[in-house]
Ligand binder design. Structure first.
Ligand code: KG4
Ligand code: ZN
Length: 334
């Protein structure tokens, strides 16, 4: 069978990225330019600044990716691009670049949903095995998905309020940690002990999650200590917070695997880089004989390698679009 090379483009938030993926699983070359140092100055991603930087960087990123791969556009079979969800101005930069390439080089244009891409970051590590349960944990999403095959995806639960990554970032901000705070809280949690009592969120029979109450509880506790002139141990607060997050995520996910009689679990999204979350799932999956996988650390957060991987399976099904493709900032996967 002929090898298929997909060029992926990702600009949904603050990473400008291009990648070439062979047959949905083999990375030929990836370039990621992160704007995180710029947005840190503002305490979060500033949409207008993000899109301006995508405009500045996109041509360089695509050229570098092709040069590193030692490939030219005539060797590419299809162009996959994130169409949503994300920041509309940022998405449009990637979409326009992809459309231009598709038009000039006469290649199929493949629109890819951002969460689909996060799921397929796993396919770059090992082939996805169906049926599987996917826990999507990112800055904008917290969802439990039952995936029976590439195009049979059911949402069985999601957050009722904040996404887990958003909650990490807000808790971090109160503790004076700059954006994105998730990775720092993760490190601090490992140096502390879970000595502070925090409420277990949405401890019910559903597969939904809730993190805004937990976030408020951490923030209130922190301010109460400050107002009383007492010092709170920040590492222990991080550890207490992370313990509750882990317990909420693992309890519902492990129950879903059992209830749906599924033996494969994958993590997806930026928060799946979290060491505490990975370690707990590793332990529980070992005990429960569940095949567990998570993306390579650098491909947990936004990148185009995952877009190229997801794009391959859409390419095989002929799921192409025309040059009218537009950004959809709140696109639903299911
Ligand atoms: O998937 P992603 O790059 O962007 C979205 O599509 O939302 O995820 C970014 C989120 C941020 O909230 C960041 O703080 C969080 O992932 N994150 C982490 C860790 N690494 C990144 N959260 C907790 N622990 C980590 N190690
Ligand atoms: Zn993402």
């Amino acid at each position: 069978m002929k090898d298929i090379y997909i060029l992926g483009i990702e600009t949904s938030c603050d990473e400008t990225s291009c990648s070439i993926i062979k047959n949905g699983s083999e990375e030929i070359s990836t370039t990621v330019l992160s704007q995180v140092d710029i947005h840190t100055l503002y305490g979060g991603v500033v949409p207008e600044i993000a899109s301006r930087n995508h405009v500045k960087d996109i041509v360089f990123v695509i050229n570098k990716c092709l040069t590193d791969a030692k490939m030219s556009m005539d060797m590419i079979d299809g162009i996959a691009v994130t169409y949503g969800p994300g920041l509309v101005g940022s998405l449009l930069v990637g979409i326009e670049a992809a459309k231009t390439l598709a038009y000039i080089f006469d290649k199929p244009l493949i629109p890819v949903h951002h969460i689909r891409s996060h799921i397929y970051a796993n396919n770059l590590e090992k082939e996805l095995k169906f049926p599987l349960i996917c826990l999507v944990i990112s800055g904008g999403h917290t969802e439990l998905l039952l995936i029976k095959d590439h195009f049979n995806i059911t949402k069985i639960g999601s957050t009722l309020d904040d996404a887990v990554g958003e909650c990490y970032d807000k808790v971090a901000r109160v503790m004076g940690i700059s954006y994105p705070g998730g990775p720092v809280i993760d490190k601090m949690a490992h140096d502390g002990k879970p000595i502070y009592d925090l409420p277990i969120p949405l401890n019910d029979d559903s597969y939904n999650f809730s993190f805004s109450g937990l976030k408020s509880a951490v923030i209130n506790l922190y301010h109460n200590y400050e107002q009383a002139g007492k010092t709170i141990d920040k590492n222990c607060l991080a550890s207490s917070f992370q313990d509750v997050v882990i317990s909420s995520l693992t309890t519902k996910t492990m129950r879903a695997l059992k209830e749906y009689n599924v033996n494969n679990l994958v993590l997806a999204g930026g928060v799946s880089a979290n060491k505490g979350i990975r370690e707990k799932f590793e332990q529980l999956c070992k005990e429960g004989n569940i095949d567990f996988s998570f993306p390579k650390i650098e491909y947990c957060t936004d990148n185009a390698a995952m877009v190229g991987a997801a794009g391959y399976f859409l390419y095989k099904e002929g799921k192409f679009t025309d040059l009218k493709l537009n950004a959809d900032s709140s696109a639903e996967l299911v």
